[in-house]
Design a protein around this ligand. Structure first.
Ligand code: UD1
Length: 377
């Protein structure tokens, strides 16, 4: 690492591509903007391209329009990763940033990190070190590879530091900064609370649904939706639960596609299946939900911060702090357990938790300060 001299201008390129990246890049770009001698460039790979999966987030969070959109779109993992690398390489060569920042664990993250590493552009990974130890998850492959080639690793929790140290990463390159996703949540929460009042007043969902308590559902992970019998079991479980606790279920395009293919689609009396929501609308519902049922990664963290019980339909989590400290319970694929846990919550015995260290709304400030202080050769 090298000190940056006061008069050197630094060029930082951020690469994002999928929905969970957008709320992570936003606070980092804002924090770096406070440092005057830095030029920032934003590249969108186009991994997510639907308005509701991408543009709505840029609008809600007021993220600058990307300088470059690679327009990659959907495809198999190998195709998508390779195509992002192929299209990003000339942009990296032309712009020659001093540092590339990548976020989270999606295909865009690993593709950008690899493209940069191969032409010796230093790379920082925001949300480094998380591990599910489950290589059947494409995100786990993305996380392990990205961390093994990144030069600066910004971690959200101590477990992530331990994982990196065990994998032989130099402690000098690991920085426990906290959770940038929570930075965005903290910034947007007052607006989300106002938005909830608006949603209720305008009765944007079914009449009175939001008055007596409701649950919020997101399911999109391949292991849950790509296999028809798994999806069917989950949908049946949700239908039963929704008779006691109305459920709002914004449906990811992948899930929507699988549901369309499913014969005898399930309908619960209180199961409201809607299009994906914008950041603000989702947070508005999340912070007022009695329970959240999900297979997402980030939502396990947001519910922990909000103190809302979260039931995760997965066998493991790369975010163990949400279980040991927060409000998260890992359900596996046991739908009876899911029903029992929901009943506990309805009966007032939902899991209580605390907020993990440095999940305080200032993680991005720490990242910006570290970047200004050090520069990777
Ligand atoms: C990706 C991430 C996952 C993250 C999720 C959030 C990887 C490996 N996975 O999964 O970690 O939790 O984003 O959404 O990067 N589609 C659309 N419109 C879009 C985007 C996708 O219709 O804007 C459909 C396409 O049919 C596509 C499918 O959704 O094939 C899956 O999209 P993809 O980006 O491959 O993965 P996600 O399941 O969204």
């Amino acid at each position: 690492m090298q000190k940056v001299h006061g008069d050197i201008e630094m060029k930082i390129m951020h690469v994002v591509g999928a929905r969970p990246n957008f709320m992570k890049v936003d606070p980092v770009m804002r924090a770096i903007t406070c440092h005057k001698r830095v030029r920032q460039l934003l590249v969108h790979t186009g991994q997510h391209y639907d308005i509701k999966m991408s543009a709505a987030f840029f609008r809600d969070l007021d993220i600058p329009i990307p300088d470059v959109n690679l327009g990659v779109g959907s495809g198999s993992h190998a195709w998508q990763t390779a195509e992002i690398m192929r299209r990003l390489e000339p942009v990296l060569l032309k712009q020659a940033p001093d540092l590339l920042l990548v976020y989270g664990d999606v295909n865009s993250t690993v593709a950008a990190a690899m493209a940069a590493a191969k032409i010796c552009i230093p790379c920082g990974h925001v949300e480094a070190g998380l591990r599910s130890f489950d290589k059947t998850m494409p995100e786990e492959i993305n996380r392990v590879i990205t961390d093994s080639i990144a030069d600066i690793l910004f971690t959200p929790s101590e477990d992530a530091d331990k994982n990196l140290l065990r994998e032989g990463v130099s402690p000098r390159n690991i920085h426990m900064v906290g959770n940038v996703m929570i930075d965005t949540l903290v910034r947007m929460l007052p607006r989300a609370k106002d938005r909830f009042k608006e949603i209720r007043e305008k009765q944007e969902f079914s009449k009175n649904l939001l008055y007596g308590g409701f649950g919020l559902v997101t399911i999109h992970r391949p292991e849950n939706v790509d296999d028809a019998s798994s999806l069917k079991a989950i949908m049946n479980g949700l239908a039963v639960i929704s008779r006691k606790l109305p459920l709002i279920f914004p449906v990811h395009p992948r899930t929507r596609k699988q549901l369309k293919n499913m014969k005898n689609a399930v309908n619960g009396s209180g199961l409201y299946m809607i299009d994906p929501l914008s950041y603000l609308d989702f947070l508005a519902l999340q912070c007022n939900a009695m329970a959240v049922i999900t297979d997402s990664g980030g939502i396990q963290e947001e519910t922990t911060y909000l103190g809302v019980p979260c039931l995760t339909i997965r066998n493991n989590t790369e975010r163990p702090v949400t279980v040991t400290v927060g409000t998260n319970t890992i359900i596996g694929h046991n739908i009876d357990k899911l029903k029992k846990e929901v009943k506990k919550i309805i009966d007032g015995h939902g899991k209580k938790g605390a907020i993990p260290p440095k999940w305080d709304g200032h993680a991005a400030d720490r990242i910006a300060k570290i970047i200004m202080r050090v520069r990777v050769k």
